[in-house]
Design a protein around this ligand. Structure first.
Ligand code: SF4
Length: 232
């Protein structure tokens, strides 16, 4: 059995060592916390806008409308976070990470971009780690080719470190970047798919029925023609 890291190239091993050094430096966490404090000031000012969007999300009659409002809320989140984040147009680090989407969101994206869905070979509500370090099929020339229609998870990831070092993925490794906390939005995203649930039992049953997979499973060829797999 291979030891972890045994098959890494010298460049990958060097990158992992630099990342570990950065991650273990206490200043990394302290600096990230200082940036988050600035984010919180702006987020506070955005609260009325977010409250109004939350009401619209609650009233939205169908999942496609809910996804619209979730995207609006992600924009409000980004408005506060992006000015303090290391993320820039020149970085595509998070496009090498697992990208978990629901079947319903994949259907919305499919309609928007005009590419039919493929049936995933692996359903999972957790990030599928075999895709860590693998480029997203929508990544073209280091840019997102479906930017206006990208999944929610792509809209919510912001690295609060000083630069993109910790976002650079080595296949099979987990990213250690100090991401801005987007757990509330993730919860709203999941809840939007569950309908009205009145009890924990109903919630558990609804969660069991949630179908999620990596974006690469739904669209293995990106904007290219489908490769003969079974369409939804
Ligand atoms: S959909 Fe776009 S932003 Fe999201 S991982 Fe793929 S290329 Fe990157």
């Amino acid at each position: 059995m291979n030891e972890p890291g045994e098959s890494r190239t010298p460049e990958q091993a060097e990158l992992v060592a630099r990342q570990a050094q950065r991650w273990n430096d206490p200043r990394t966490q302290d600096d990230a916390r200082a940036r988050v404090a600035l984010v919180n000031v702006r987020a506070k000012a955005n609260e009325p806008r977010l409250t109004s969007q939350l009401k619209q999300l609650d009233k939205a009659p169908a999942i496609k409308h809910k996804i619209y409002w979730l995207r609006q809320m992600a924009e409000t989140f980004a408005d506060a976070v992006a000015p303090q984040a290391a993320c820039s147009d020149a970085c595509d680090g998070c496009c090498y990470q697992p990208v978990s989407v629901t079947l319903q969101e994949a259907e919305v994206i499919s309609r928007e971009i005009g590419v039919p869905l493929q049936t995933p070979t692996e359903w999972s509500t957790l990030p599928v780690m075999k895709y860590a370090g693998q480029p997203c099929p929508f990544l073209q020339d280091a840019r997102c080719s479906i930017y206006q229609h990208r999944p929610m998870v792509c809209r919510l990831i912001f690295n609060m470190d000083a630069d993109s070092l910790l976002c650079q993925m080595v296949p099979g490794a987990r990213s250690q970047a100090p991401y801005a906390d987007h757990s509330i939005y993730k919860e709203l995203y999941i809840r939007a798919h569950l309908g009205k649930v009145k009890s924990q039992e109903e919630m558990q049953a609804a969660l069991k029925g949630l179908r999620m997979a990596d974006l690469r499973e739904f669209f293995p060829n990106g904007l290219g023609q489908s490769g003969g797999g079974k369409s939804q």
